[in-house]
Design a protein. Sequence first.
Length: 284
Amino acid sequence: MKHARIFHHNQPVWGIVEGSQIKLENGDVVGVDEAHYLPPVTPSKIIATHLTYRSRCVEYKMARLPDYPAYFLQPPSALSSHKAPVARPRGCRFLNYEGEIVVVIGRRCQNVTVDEALDYVQGYSIANDWGIHDFRHADRGAMLRVKGQDGFCPIGPFLVDAADVDPNDLTLRTYVNGQVVQEGHTGSDLMFSFAYQIADLSRLITLEPGDILLTGTPANSRPVEIGDVVAVEVSGIGRLENTVVELERELAPVGIQPAVTAATLHVALAMPEDEAERRVGEYQ
């Protein structure tokens, strides 16, 4: 079953998606193309995983594949929705898309095994895990300002029940202005299964109902421009779409400022680290 949470008559309302309609819990019916979507989840925490797709590691020309996943946190204020704009700060150039599959936790999850992990999943959704790599030099690698800007984690439009999804047979595609730019499959490309990621995290971090896990992105995350329309599509789950706009306000002249570094080029353009060091002056 597919669920949607929308803004209807000035309040949030849940509904069930049936074909081209959303049947709301209050009895109203809204077309899927006319709905004003809200994020289909209200997490206490957003956890994202680095380097889970083999294609991404190959793209970075890593000497060896990672033995274990690594994670970072995003603030709930980064959460956004289907069709919401994504704002690139003024003075920044390297705003990258990252199409991802979202795991939504359904019940309190603590120190579970890999075999048990999927029993704690409520459902699955779609995210675009945006990053502004002009701040790659900030926060000592914690990624707070790279990934944590308001609206940088759009999710939706639907939440699909776990019982209706085979997490090991999902195809993810990202599109920029209608052209496919990313593609990955959870069966053939994903190195660390969703169950593994949940079990790994739950050893030390209690996952609460509604918490979400962004499970990684395949190769070819790249910067986009103002006006670009970026969509992330996952088989059997749906299609999330957002348009890039310019942040209306200027960044205040306080704290660390955006800059292009070798790390910016390495991550945003998948440029080899030694080449990024040599060429960084071309981009400054």
